[in-house]
Design a protein around this ligand. Sequence first.
Ligand SMILES: Nc1ncnc2c1ncn2[C@@H]1O[C@H](COP(=O)(O)OP(=O)(O)OP(=O)(O)O)[C@@H](O)[C@H]1O
Length: 233
Amino acid sequence: MLEVAGLNAFYGDSHILHGVDLTVDTSDRVSVLGRNGSGKTTLMKSILNAGPRIYGRICLDGADLADEPSFQRARSGLSLVPEDRRSFPHLTVRDNLLIALTAAGKRTGLDIEQVLDTFPMLKPLTARYGSQLSGGQQQMVAVARGVMPRPRCLLLDEPTEGLAPVIVRQLAASLVRLCDEFNIGLLLSEQNIWFARFCTQRVYIIENGRIVFSGSWDEFDSRPDVKHLYLAV
Ligand SMILES: Nc1ncnc2c1ncn2[C@@H]1O[C@H](COP(=O)(O)OP(=O)(O)OP(=O)(O)O)[C@@H](O)[C@H]1O
């Protein structure tokens, strides 16, 4: 479904991604693990054409996205939840979710009640303003917004950063349920291995902008050297 081949990304003269290849098949859930500064956020932004200058091939369902701008990529079925989990502070939780439907373009998004059912923590908060939410609640809103357009592939950039363990567990359960129920593919960038393992079936490791490992979680477990070298665990 999502195919990235030979992706190079630059900020000015700084060459950040070096020939990245990865795939996310239909309804597949995949993690990208890597240390701080390894290139995870740059990868996510590059797939959406949202910042870095990029060269390489990015295809969704066989269609080359080439020079498509970010909004067109969103309409084609990619949805990025960035690291900074921004929500509209003067909109309620309900309106923060509804406004995300505009990203669906001609595709049909999800029903808001179905999405709220998947996030028990948000249900009592639908009338609250974005500015009145805790960090964990904001992250739930950010992920819920990301799925509202019913993307073919959801790109989630380090969603657990700064969250309490109990919220991380709730988020993991909601995310897996949503992806399963609505056949949404997932590309997840993470440093929390527990969360990544719970939510995905396969893993890539990125180091200095290069993919240095790709495999199932069993293959990952059989390579303690990889963990030690690239993740320092
Ligand atoms: N806007 C920018 N301009 C120049 N260099 C940047 C910019 N954003 C990131 N970089 C550099 O690109 C490299 C990769 O950064 P990136 O944010 O993609 O890593 P990351 O794996 O997401 O890190 P973290 O886990 O800390 O968020 C780093 O060396 C970083 O300093």
